[in-house]
Design a protein around this ligand. Structure first.
Ligand code: SF4
Length: 124
């Protein structure tokens, strides 16, 4: 049996939720004050996910640092794999907001996208 305590991040109330479960699944969830917290807690216990946000260097850009993020949350245990791929990738301006920069990153089924645009103009 495994126990886990988490803070629900679904809304600003931040309920402290206690989960008991094992390899077969979740047995009890307590401390949540709504069903959304129950769903979040069960998901966190079985396979936690996070939205990856970082910045990348863009060649030939007026402003070379570009904020990027995954279009949806990815499994927490895939974050390092995603970062390794991002570090090796080369990006070039122009880039539009929400442009897919790396499709299906690390086999997660989720794309890495630009959070904003970058115009050309770095090589003056
Ligand atoms: S359990 Fe419900 S009320 Fe509590 S933080 Fe999560 S979403 Fe908000």
């Amino acid at each position: 049996m495994r126990e886990q305590e988490i803070i629900c991040t679904v809304c600003p109330q931040g309920c402290r939720i206690h989960i008991i479960g094992d390899e077969t699944g979740v047995h009890t969830v307590t401390g949540n004050t709504c069903v959304r917290g129950d769903i979040y807690a069960r998901s966190e216990f079985v396979r936690p996910v996070r939205t990856l946000t970082t910045t990348v260097y863009v060649e030939n850009a007026a402003e070379p640092l570009l904020p990027v993020r995954t279009a949806k949350p990815v499994p927490k245990d895939k974050l390092e794999d995603c970062m390794a791929i991002i570090r090796k990738a080369v990006f070039r301006a122009p880039i539009t907001a929400h442009q897919v920069l790396i499709a299906n990153i690390a086999g997660t089924g989720v794309d890495l996208i630009a959070s904003t645009e970058r115009m050309e103009g770095g090589s003056v």
